[in-house]
Design a protein around this ligand. Structure first.
Ligand code: SF4
Ligand code: SF4
Length: 199
């Protein structure tokens, strides 16, 4: 089963994933009209800034077992077996925040949402773009990310590729091998910021 894999070393902090995510979870599914909706659609992936301003895309890991699911007393959180997706049912959620208190990654937010009854505050987090996947599409954040920081692939294949990338990096001829997309740009930004701090 394919999953969204995060490669934080490639993130350039452009936040395009956040915009694409909010649009994908809007009523109208287009950026222009989504920006006029009430409630305003919000992203379920959040890009944080590191020490040097470098980006880190933080999203639900769909843990197994999932602490949020264990903490949810009304049973609003369940797993979709076909995809492994941990999903929150907006009709059952009572907005008690028990899930957010147990999530180690701080990825659950509380607000009104297009999927919830009008005016109801609910717990909201990444749903792996379940509806898009059912329609044969990949998650919106992956589709928009041009630096390769988010990929949608089989976990075994991702781990093998990662191991190969690390192996090439420690190889004596590593300098001859082009770096992964985004790494050059990220390194340039970091060096510039470090240089600016010394001035
Ligand atoms: S919300 Fe947090 S605890 Fe629940 S599955 Fe996602 S990462 Fe894990
Ligand atoms: S806020 Fe909603 S999803 Fe979270 S634990 Fe409470 S009822 Fe469950």
């Amino acid at each position: 089963m394919k999953q969204v894999v995060v490669h934080p070393e490639r993130c350039v902090g452009c936040m395009q994933c956040m915009i694409a995510c909010a649009t994908a979870h809007s009523r109208t599914k287009t950026l222009f009209s989504a920006s006029c909706e009430d409630p305003l659609p919000k992203p379920r992936i959040h890009v944080g800034a590191g020490l040097y301003g470098e980006g880190f895309p933080n999203r639900c890991r769909h843990c197994d077992p999932a602490p949020c699911m264990l903490a949810c007393l009304p049973g609003a959180i369940s797993r979709i077996p076909e995809t492994g997706t941990v999903r929150i049912d907006p009709d059952i959620c009572i907005n008690c925040a028990s899930c957010a208190m147990t999530c180690p990654y701080g990825v659950i937010r509380f607000h009104e949402d297009a999927s919830a009854p009008p005016g109801k505050m609910i717990a909201v987090k990444c749903d792996n773009c379940h509806d898009r996947q059912k329609a044969g599409q990949i998650p919106a954040c992956v589709e928009i990310c041009k630096s390769g920081a988010l990929t949608f692939e089989e976990m075994d294949a991702a781990m093998k590729r990662k191991t190969d990338e690390v192996a090439r990096t420690v190889s004596p001829d590593a300098r001859k091998v082009p770096e992964a997309p985004g790494v050059d740009l990220l390194n340039a930004v970091k060096k510039a910021q470090i240089g600016m701090r010394k001035i």
